[in-house]
Design a protein around this ligand. Structure first.
Ligand SMILES: NC(=O)c1ccc[n+]([C@@H]2O[C@H](COP(=O)([O-])OP(=O)(O)OC[C@H]3O[C@@H](n4cnc5c(N)ncnc54)[C@H](OP(=O)(O)O)[C@@H]3O)[C@@H](O)[C@H]2O)c1
Length: 298
């Protein structure tokens, strides 16, 4: 299977590139060749690589900056995603769109299902929701995978930030009243591959298409819980640690509001695609081991 993937340096893109081998070819197209703010003729660009499916893993992900760069966020995440899907349709191949828990308003007390009402509370979430709608309108042959709290052994993410901060401080204050499930980009990439294979093999199976929630098993936990587990596992491998003090969101003001409840129900993905991600603690262990092996805290 050959997947054309948007972006080249993103966490999910890099995790997909790592999976490439005899059974999976990944063609990653990033800026300046492919700029979702100014997509141009994407069908012509994609067709050069004769993909079996297209994965839109690039996005404007700067959640706080999006509040003051609404137009760019919507251009990339909304219209840009739609342009990728329209190109996929022209080439008659399926498209996998990566989306987010931020399409929800953060209220609730049970894992959120695909049928639950959306209601983004910030520009980033609103732009990603616009992207979901644009993809659905442009290409019936699509899957939208909503995930959350993404980290990897590379790129910019919470795990690496916490470890970097802990190298310099004994105590860290971390938000304790936002709940979700940390999800490894390595597991997301494996899930994308499985789903794409199903879409390519069964072109007429409508039930394989649509929106699916995809996060690690276990949880939900708070960011403070996550930080504490990062440091527990880091300590086991000689890495940095710090005492974690949980604080309310009100004590950590940011330009963008974040959903307080981000727990996604992965039952539909398991039932229809047979895809279940590992437990978040086991997934974290894999990343911490890689960080130790690559000398992250030497
Ligand atoms: N990170 C999370 O916690 C999280 C949570 C839920 C869902 N998601 C979704 O998961 C997907 C992957 O996220 P990620 O964490 O892998 O993202 P990431 O590490 O922030 O990387 C974003 C990628 O998008 C590319 N990009 C940004 N603007 C672009 C543009 N105008 N044209 C082309 N490429 C552009 C970036 O390119 P450069 O390398 O050139 O900057 C980068 O490769 C996204 O759809 C995101 O919305 C992420």
């Amino acid at each position: 299977m050959r997947l054309v993937v948007t972006g080249s340096q993103g966490q999910v893109v890099r995790a997909l590139i790592e999976r490439a081998g005899p059974e999976l070819e990944i063609v990653a197209l990033g800026r300046p060749e492919l700029d979702l703010e100014h997509p141009g003729d994407l069908a012509a660009l994609f067709s050069r690589h004769a993909p079996d499916a297209i994965v839109n893993a690039a996005a404007y992900t700067a959640v706080d900056k999006a509040e003051s760069e609404r137009e760019t966020a919507f251009a990339v995440n909304g219209a840009g995603a739609g342009a990728v899907a329209a190109a996929a349709r022209r080439l008659n191949v399926p498209v996998v769109q990566i989306s987010t828990d931020y399409v929800f308003d953060g209220s609730g007390d049970r894992p959120l299902r695909e049928t639950d009402p959306t209601g983004p509370i910030g520009v980033y979430g609103a732009s990603k929701l616009a992207g979901e709608q644009a993809v659905a309108a442009a290409a019936p042959d699509h899957v939208i995978l909503r995930t959350a709290w993404v980290y990897a052994p590379f790129g910019a993410n919470f795990v690496r930030t916490m470890l970097r901060l802990a190298a310099a401080r004994d105590e860290l204050k971390v938000v304790g009243d936002q709940f979700g499930t940390p999800t490894s980009a390595l597991d997301i990439a494996a899930a994308i591959e499985s789903v794409a294979r199903h879409l390519v093999a069964r072109r007429d199976a409508a039930r394989l298409r649509g929106i699916f929630h995809m996060t690690a098993k276990g949880g939900p936990i708070s960011w403070a819980d996550f930080a504490a587990e990062i440091f527990r596992q880091s300590a086991l491998r000689g890495g940095p640690g710090a005492r974690v003090t949980a604080i309310p969101t009100s004590e950590y003001p940011t330009p963008a509001r974040r959903p307080a409840w981000s727990c996604l129900d992965g039952g539909k993905l398991a039932a229809i695609h047979g895809v279940t991600l590992p437990d978040w603690r086991d997934a974290l262990a894999q990343t911490i081991e890689r960080l130790a092996a690559q000398g992250e805290w030497q």
